[in-house]
Design a binder for this molecule. Structure first.
Ligand code: GRF
Length: 200
């Protein structure tokens, strides 16, 4: 059994998509060991507990980045976590954390990276006038929204789209893509060649 740790800061819809996929065995032989939020107000905390998934709040305020990350890592290790999934986690990770979990931290971002990293990626893409955008699951390294790409999905921008309708379609793709990427990573059927994640 592989154990997932999920870090959130907000509503937690990707966290729930991972939980659904674990329950339906689309992510086989896995369980969600722990959900950690840095924000007590995160709606995802109650959603996790509603599914009987252990969920804790670790407030980052008043601590250095590394101090906070060490506290998070202590919880993840107590729960025997194999893979850390960022799901709307609104904090940069310290170099210490990245090294400790090298190639074992994965993130989902709502654009086709390397286009539109950072905040409000859907709005950035919409305002730029792209015809296609989408979402990216990538391994996390020390640069923001940067590590090797595991999977991507393309979403077309329709003429009558608003940022809201486009974001909603991207989110539906995120909920499909993230479980597929996590299943691949847990299966071990890939290798990393530089920036490339090659499926085997
Ligand atoms: C998603 O759009 C994800 O791609 C981005 O943050 C958002 C989190 O949404 N990293 P949710 O909390 O999973 O609903």
């Amino acid at each position: 059994m592989k154990r997932l740790g999920i870090l959130i800061s907000g509503r937690g819809s990707n966290m729930m998509a991972l939980a659904d996929a674990v329950r339906e065995r689309r992510i086989p032989q896995a369980e969600i060991a722990l959900v950690v939020s840095n924000a007590a107000t995160a709606a995802g905390i109650e959603r996790a507990r509603g599914r009987s998934i252990p969920a804790v709040v670790l407030d980052h305020r008043g601590k250095t980045r590394e101090e906070h990350d060490r506290a998070v890592a202590a919880e993840l290790e107590r729960c025997g976590v194999d893979l850390v999934c960022l799901a709307g986690y609104m904090r940069l990770l310290s170099p210490w954390f990245i090294r400790r979990y090298e190639h074992r931290v994965v993130n989902i971002h709502p654009s086709l990276l390397p286009a539109f990293p950072g905040l409000d990626a859907q709005k950035q893409a919409f305002d730029y006038g792209v015809k296609f955008t989408g979402c990216t699951v990538h391994l996390v390294d020390e640069e923001l929204d940067h590590g090797p790409i595991v999977k991507q999905a393309v979403v077309a921008v329709e003429p009558d789209d608003s940022v809201e309708t486009l974001s909603a379609r991207i989110l539906r793709e995120e909920h499909k893509l993230y479980p597929q990427a996590v299943a691949l990573l847990l299966s071990g059927r890939y290798r990393i060649e530089g920036r490339r994640v090659v499926e085997m």
